[in-house]
Design a protein around this ligand. Structure first.
Ligand code: PHE
Length: 338
């Protein structure tokens, strides 16, 4: 029995030594240690070993098993090392790695988030509404009569159903006033659509952010302070901001807001960034007429509203000369914001 064990061990180690690939190593393992393996069968012979020899033979068997097991492991590691070396053959480990291209937020997202943050600090909450609107919410409720040019088919995208793509997010202000009571302090960022000829400063879809504040005693001073603060936060405290009288059907008085733009090597120039004004009492009346109550009684509440184009703000912030860059998704442009 002892001789058999020694012989089996020698034979097993020799076989393992000759193995050259993982498959034959596994075959060898099964042939030696598997159910029908040579060493396993020898172990079964323990039964017939006389009692007084059992300890010695058992030890010998264990030693053989251990020697074989470690030979198998060693061979396995050796084969793996050879395989690894082969896989690396011809690879130049001193080459610099390829650069990783991280993604980044789109400039419009960046400017929108920043604008929202500033306004939220002043207590404005986010509001939403549909992009496919009806004429009532887009125009009628906003004191914009049937013959107003903004309602012209040349300026607005109409569906056959009579619905339209909203020309501004002021419709969200109307929807908010339909369901809430003063005080109302909301901002509505979102897409707006106009039939504009596409060029460096116009697209047929742009990104607006409008706001509305209605309460008792909201004044023109509140409007001016709020928006001046907003543009100082966005463009820096030294930015000149001016309010220029204008006309909107839904506000009275109305203004356009300009900021003074300083471009190196050019004379500073005023650029329009927003429209605003005190909500026209006629708007409140039409809201109340629809609500069938007097929540927005123009004798009791006042309010201001404003609207701005985020695309324009992004163009100013980063000196982008062509608005089309904002929708072309050219990586060479976008990666500058990473
Ligand atoms: N709705 C106007 C526009 O789209 C902007 C605006 C909003 C003006 C609120 C005044 C008050 O041009």
């Amino acid at each position: 029995m002892k001789d058999q064990i020694t012989a089996t061990q020698t034979e097993a180690l020799a076989r393992i030594g000759e193995v050259e690939d993982a498959r034959s190593l596994e075959d060898a393992r099964v042939a030696i240690l598997g159910k029908q393996g040579s060493l396993t069968q020898l172990s079964a012979g323990m039964r017939d070993v006389p009692k007084e020899e059992k300890a010695e033979v058992g030890q010998l068997l264990n030693a053989a098993r251990q020697a074989i097991t470690s030979a198998l492991e060693e061979k396995k590691a050796g084969l793996q090392a050879i395989a690894d070396a082969k896989a690396l053959e011809g690879i130049d480990l001193t080459l610099p790695p390829r650069p990783l291209h991280g993604g980044s937020l789109h400039p419009l997202t960046l400017i929108r988030d920043e604008a929202i943050q500033i306004l939220r600090r002043m207590g404005f909450a986010l509001a939403e509404g549909p992009e496919i609107e009806d004429e009532f919410h887009c125009f009628d409720a906003l004191n914009t009569p049937e013959d107003h040019p903004a309602r012209n088919e040349k300026d607005t995208f109409y569906f056959d159903s009579g619905k339209l793509l909203r020309t501004h997010t002021s419709s969200v202000q109307v929807r908010t006033m339909e369901t809430e009571k003063p005080p109302v302090r909301i901002i509505a960022p979102g897409s707006a659509y106009r039939r504009d000829e596409i060029d460096a400063t116009h697209l047929s879809v742009f990104n607006q952010l409008e706001g509305l504040y209605v309460d008792t005693d909201v004044s023109l001073g509140d409007l001016k302070g709020t928006l001046e603060y907003f543009f100082h936060e966005l463009f820096g405290p030294e930015t000149d901001v001016r309010f220029r009288p204008h006309f909107f059907p839904f506000t009275e008085p109305s203004f356009e807001i300009d900021v003074k733009l300083h471009v190196k090597g050019q004379a500073p120039k005023w650029i329009e960034v927003a429209g605003c004004g005190m909500v026209d009492p006629a708007v409140f009346e039409s809201i109340d007429g629809n609500r069938k109550d007097d929540a927005f009684d123009p004798a009791a509440v006042t309010g201001f509203a404003f609207g701005m184009g985020l695309d324009r703000l992004a163009m100013i912030r980063w000196g982008i000369k062509d608005i089309r860059l904002l929708i072309e998704n050219d990586v060479r442009f976008l990666k500058q914001f990473a």
